[in-house]
Design a protein. Sequence first.
Length: 892
Amino acid sequence: MFSSRIWLLLAVTVGVCLAVPDLDEIKKNLRKHGPDYYKNQPKMNENTVRLLKVDYWFRTESMIYDDIDNKEKDPSTVIAGNFSFETLHHDVEGGMLGRFTLTQCNTDNCGNPSPIYIAFRQGGNNAEHILKASDESDATWNFLYAIVNTIYTPAEYGEGDEQTVDTIYGRCFVNFGRPEDKRFRRIIEKCDLGYGTNFTKFEGIESVQYDQDVWYTQNTKVDADIIMVDAIEMLAFKSPLHEKYGFTLESRTHVEITNRTRVFVTSYCNDTVPSAKCAEQAFGAVRVGGKLYEHVKIAQEQSNKLTKLIGTYRRHLQDMGDSHICEKHSLLYSQIAQEARLAKRQDWEAAIQYPENDHVLSLIASALGGVGTAESITTAREVLLTASPDYLDDLLFGISQSSSNNEKWHKQLMYWLGSLDKKSEEYWKVANTIATVLNKRCEASTSSLNSCNKGKETIVNKFITDLTAGGVEVRVLEVLENIPIFGSYTFAKKFICETESEDVQKAALNVILAASKNLYETQLTHKLIKLFRNTCSQETPTSHSQLAIDILLKCVPDHQNVATLILRTETLNPDDQEKWHYLYKAIEASGNKDELKAEFWSRMRKFKVFRPNFLHRALQADSHVHWQEIADASNFQLFSTANTEFLQKSFKRSIFELSMKKGRKEHNLFSLSIDTEHLEQFVTGSASSRSGAPQGSVRIGVAGHKLPTHHIFKGSTDLLSTVWEADGRTHKAFEGHVPVRDVRLSVPLLSGLTLDVDSVGAISMRVLASAEVSLWNQRSNAKAEAYTSGSLHLTASLYHHSEPVRHVESTISALSTFTTDTRAIFETLPYDFCLRTSNSNVDINQKTVVQDQIGKHKKKTLNRKRVHPGVTYRLDDSTIRQCNSYLEQFRL
């Protein structure tokens, strides 16, 4: 009882103390308004609350420019005027309801925005609910929403000063600094912009930087009001490929208090009513979102341009012909691929069934495949493949290059595969494509890759299980090469150094070679060493030994014992000179590519037992590995690797790969694998113990996807037919388009304007091949030309009240041709030949268009061009020796 009285007394004391009037405030009001000021005040009752109305003056300025040198000359958009902020309600949970209203416009471009209501959390200014007046039909971004977004933070209440959260711009880092000298600071940066399409195949080809810096000045004497706000906002799209590419946007906002009024009114809602609910009940406000402003219109409505762009591409193709490509091929395809995502089924039906589009159906099929939705698969099967089944390959290539990671799309692909006969060619083509699609699903993030490798991805497990259920086939392993995860690796490893056929073991080695070195373990390395040493139960072909070398060298230096096991096998009388020559060249190539590996092998050779000897220079062999850097600029390294095997002076197989590396991430751009069997009996005139029917096959890989193997000839009859048909005519070996950039986003600015940005990019490639064999002159000439076009295109449009203000376009394109020319003389056996590899001039064009959409509509166009001279690439020592021999024969 006594304690209860003490607590009651303390409560009364606190209440009395808190009720003591502010004498300084009373004296101030008496001096200002006279002695009758308090007599004339309305009588307050228990339903009367004290609220605030604060008047502010504001000014915002926005500008977009293509180059910093033009910043001072370019126009800007200014909005200035006055607005008021009113407090309307406080709830018991610490929430507060405020209203922002335009009171005056000084620049005649403010429009007529309706008041905005915001429910926020006191203490941290955390925005929770945004509401609009009921008489406003559509909520469209304007400067009132911008002011609200400037003052209130998207950070979560109570989660600290530094957070990475979802904002209206995307997922961003938000820092709300503690007060220093009456000033707070909010920084928003490191944003993953946009909630729509934001795809980049090669990280770093286009950099996007968004920064927001807001300073708040507080009045610490009277209720801690914000008396001044200064905000700076910057958005820049740039590319390391060209310093003039892109644009920069800046906006600045200044807000300053002009008046502060206390008002006493009857409370609008009971304090138990949440602030957002009070806005709806008392003011009829309608919610338009939370801190993400979900139902506020930001992006401008645009009609779909798919049909128009396809028509433009068709006319361009008619004017230019089909012999080569230009920068417009890749540019137009990238735009078509972007519009394809928003196209409806009737748009596709119209494009596919339009008679004049027959010669561009390959492009339409590729774009449809790249959409990556369940609806696109249905449209492709029911419309495209029903009317034009010959375009299955183009459709599948488009699917393989899609950036989509849609679960329903993956299931539709699996349903399609399940409906096909496993004995049909279509089944294996579709399976080969699905393997690449699911591999992208696994590589989407570190966690998803771990999930795939641990067998936790149901759809991936089902695909591999169904594919391998019918037993082992070479085609099964070729498909698994496109999805080299742990399940594929484990399946392939079972056939290494076992009793399976040579073709199966070779295909299994290719799967393991494609897999990550993180999957390799001691059991595998021991099997590979046995292959290399030719100590398996079956005799090991040289091809298998060389593939084993390629895999073992990937292990180094992670598995350091591998180097010891290899070098211990060295002798002065090697069993297979081609194998050992290939090993030494492969070690040299790996050292050229990676300095750490070069240092590792150098240290190994310093041991007395492993010191190099005359054997390295005395080998009479032509098999080799050649690594060559092509370009290194802007942190991108472009290089090629060529692996070639010879058997008894005759060509056996080769793998050429063109790759790009940025940081630790390596991308395969193009690969060409040529494989032959049993040709030595025709080339050298001698039959080996492995003699059989001659075979030749080719497999092309583009942007991480290996196409199905194409068999050139099987048997002597096919070989002879191929030779007779080699009359020098040019054939199209491959044509395809690879999207590399697809971004579409709308950015609401703190100045009240909005910015729509579209960024697209693609690489187009056309490979033409020709071969001529003259049995009379005993000469042959084979030529392959890869015409390559790449484009990156960016458009940025600044809008004010949905009206265009300024438009910037920036484009960069590159065009070049890669050529290989092989000539041979077969007057004597073994024949002599020479290979020449070259690259034509690299033409780089950059174009910028800046156009004002108001006033005189001034337009500025800038064209810039650079030409990098073509080069003929240095050959490996073995190839140089062969070329010298060829030239000697040619002179004779």
